[in-house]
Write a protein that binds this ligand. Structure first.
Ligand code: ZN
Length: 231
């Protein structure tokens, strides 16, 4: 068995380039191109504030806001649209045939519909199988960051993370991804309900097959006390 390498954007992306939850059409951007994009976005955000009758250019708290907002989109909130992730390496499982779970991976994203934040946790489980491929643990966090740091709808985001793990651990016996998240577009606008959380799960292989306990073991594992960490 050998280690395998996959280029992230050619092998794992599933959303059309240019969409809010896909990568930018001309990625990877040079630093110069990124700065040009930030400058242009800041210019138009200033127009947006002016349209809202905000005298931002004379308000000491707002005069730098268009640039702050543009930078936040490019460097943080939508970072995953402009970042070319390095290759992902998978490794032989060396005979381990149990479930591999990483739980409580923090996620910050942004709803594609309302451009309000989504915050929560992601739990990922997979069964590589005796002759399968495993992923370095922190790469699961990197995958969550890459897909989270974009526009998103939670259902698609869950499927995208599942698809990435499924492809990287080719030959796996099952993959399951659960996202538990609060949406500011629900808590701060519209119905304005605090505390509601959305739970989405995408499962394949043994995690969809009722003849075994994989799904139950996954969800039971999320409840195991972890030195006081709440799930
Ligand atoms: Zn929304």
């Amino acid at each position: 068995m050998e280690n395998k390498r996959r280029k992230f954007h050619t092998d794992i992306e599933s959303v059309q380039k240019g969409y809010a939850n896909g990568v930018a059409a001309d990625i990877p951007l040079t630093e110069e191109q990124k700065q040009e994009m930030i400058n242009e976005a800041a210019y138009h955000y200033g127009k947006f504030l002016t349209a809202l009758k905000c005298d931002w250019e004379n308000d000491p708290n707002s005069m730098e806001t268009p640039m702050r907002v543009a930078k936040a989109y490019v460097n943080d909130l939508w970072e995953g649209r402009y970042t070319a992730m390095s290759e992902i390496t998978s490794f032989p499982s060396d005979g381990y045939d149990g479930i591999i779970i990483e739980r409580n991976i923090p996620i910050t994203s942004m709803c594609s519909h309302h451009h309000q934040t989504i915050q929560g946790v992601v739990h990922i489980g997979y069964i590589a199988g005796i002759d399968g491929q495993v992923i370095g643990l922190s790469k699961l966090n990197r995958i969550v960051e890459l897909f989270g740091r974009r526009g998103a709808i939670q259902e698609q985001l869950t499927a995208a993370i599942h698809n990435a793990v499924n492809k990287i651990t080719e030959g796996n016996l099952g993959v399951i991804v659960t996202v538990v998240a609060s949406h500011s577009c629900v808590s701060c606008r519209g119905v304005k309900h605090q505390g509601a959380a959305m739970v989405t799960t995408k499962a394949s292989g043994a995690f969809r097959d009722d003849s075994n306990n994989a799904r139950k073991e996954f969800f039971d594992s999320l409840k195991i006390n972890n030195g006081g960490h709440q799930i």
